[in-house]
Design a protein around this ligand. Sequence first.
Ligand code: PTJ
Length: 261
Amino acid sequence: MVEIPESHPRKSSLIARQGIVEASSKGLLAGSAMIAHGRGEAFDYLLGERTTESARSAIREASYRLSSSEKPVISVNGNTVVLAGRRLLRLAAVLGCAIEVNLYYRTRERISGLLSELELLRDLVSMEDPPDGFVGDWSSSVKKIRLLGKNPDFEIAGLEGPRSKCTKEGIGCADTILVPLEDGDRCEALIASGKEVIVVDLNPLSRSSRNASITIVDEVSRASEVMLEELLSPVERSPEWDNSKILKDAIREMCSSMTRV
Ligand code: PTJ
C-alpha cells in the first residue's frame, strides 16, 4: 500500500481508489467496477467533491422517508460495500433495518466475500462510539443488523436473469429501498413493483437517477455520512417532492463549475 501524505489535496480520492484496487484483487468487485468508479469520479470532480445544497435536501427527504417507512432496506453492491460499507452499517443501526448484498454481476463467491466483509465491518462498527444524538444501546443495535443476500428466495418482477434474485425478507418485502449505484433496469423494475427507491448516483443523467423516487447526486460515502446526521436530527417531509428539480440543480452545478475556468 502506498503511503499518501496528509497534505495531499486529493487524499480521500486516492484512498478510495486504493480500496477499489485492493477489493478488486480479492475478487470482490465486478470486472467493470473501476470503470463505474472512474465515471463517478469524473462527475464528482465537476461537483467540486462536495455535498451540494440540493443533494443535502435530497438526503433530508430520503431520511424522512426511510425513517417513516415500515420496512426500509439498504441494498449494496460491490463498489458500495468497499466505499461506504462502514457508514451504511451505522445508518442501518439507526434505522433498525437490514442490509442486502444484491449484485448486478452476481456470483456466489462475490456474494459470500462481500457478506464476510460486512460481517467484519459490523464487528468493528459495534465497538465504535455511537453517533451524536443516538439513543439506546449502540453495540447491540449494530450486532442486530441482518446481513442478507446469500439465499435468494424472491425475484424482482420484470427483470430477467441473476440480477432479479433477492431475498423476500429484505428487498422482496421492503417498501423503501436505499440503493446506491443502481442499474437503470432494476431501478425501473423496483419502482414498477410499488416501492420507493432512493438512489445515490453521481451521474444526474443516468436512467436510475431519472427514474428514482429520490435521487441523491452525491458520492456514496459522503452522502451516507450526511444522511446519518439528518436521521438523527428532527426530519420533515417536503410538502411536494420534485425530483427533476434536484437533477436540474446538479446539472447546473456541474455546468457552472466548467464556466469558472
Ligand atoms: O457489484 P455489482 O456486480 O452490482 O456491479 C456494480 C457496478 C457499479 C459495476 C454496476 O452496477 C455498474 O456497471 O454500474 P454503472 O451502470 O456503471 O453505474 C454506476 C453509476 O454509479 C454511474 O452512474 C456512476 O456515475 C455512479 N457512481 C460511481 N461511483 C460512485 C457513483 N455514485 C456515487 N458514488 C460513487 N462513489
